[in-house]
Design a protein around this ligand. Structure first.
Ligand code: THU
Length: 157
């Protein structure tokens, strides 16, 4: 029997290391730029790059529903296009329903995990995930690989 497991710290928001708290605040702020008239579910993502740059994204929906894209992929593809040589150190997420004040517990969808894994695999350096668990708690997961076991990446081809 093999066991897949991983460990991660959980922080109250105020106790997050300052660079991660800043990333969460950026993700929360950019969620206001979601274009989500169909789901009313506003998501923000913020990436910390190796040179200290923060790249943010918000979900962008479309009347042809599958043409829309999640916040995480908006941000990571922008980073890939604009900062192709920079490593991605960490990513934070935030989600809020339109008309509500509280941010929700949210983790990246499967398609976004796959997209993030591509960049982790390319840079050969783990990307930390800061995931809101609700009740003001945040999981700091060391690698996207923790969230996508038995994955398919470039080494699978
Ligand atoms: N969404 C994201 O932006 N990120 C995720 O990881 C999950 C879902 C967006 C897609 C869609 O615009 C809305 O949230 C509802 O699914």
């Amino acid at each position: 029997m093999k066991v897949f497991q991983f460990s991660y710290p959980v922080y109250a928001k105020a106790d997050l290391p300052s660079h991660l708290l800043n990333l969460v605040l950026e993700a929360e702020a950019i969620s206001a730029n979601a274009y989500a008239p169909y789901s009313n579910f506003n998501v923000g993502a913020a990436l910390l790059l190796g040179n200290g740059t923060i790249v943010t994204g918000a979900n962008q929906e479309n009347a042809a529903y599958p043409s829309g894209i999640c916040a995480e992929r908006t941000a990571i593809y922008y980073a890939g296009a604009q900062h192709p040589k920079e490593q991605i150190l960490a990513i934070a997420f935030a989600a809020k329903r339109s008309g509500e004040n509280n941010f929700l517990a949210v983790a990246p969808c499967g398609a976004c995990r796959q997209a993030i894994l591509e960049y982790e695999s390319k840079q050969e350096l783990s990307i930390m995930q800061v995931i809101p668990l609700g009740d003001d708690n945040f999981a700091v997961v060391p690698s996207i690989a923790n969230l996508l076991p038995f994955s398919f990446d470039k080494d699978s081809l």
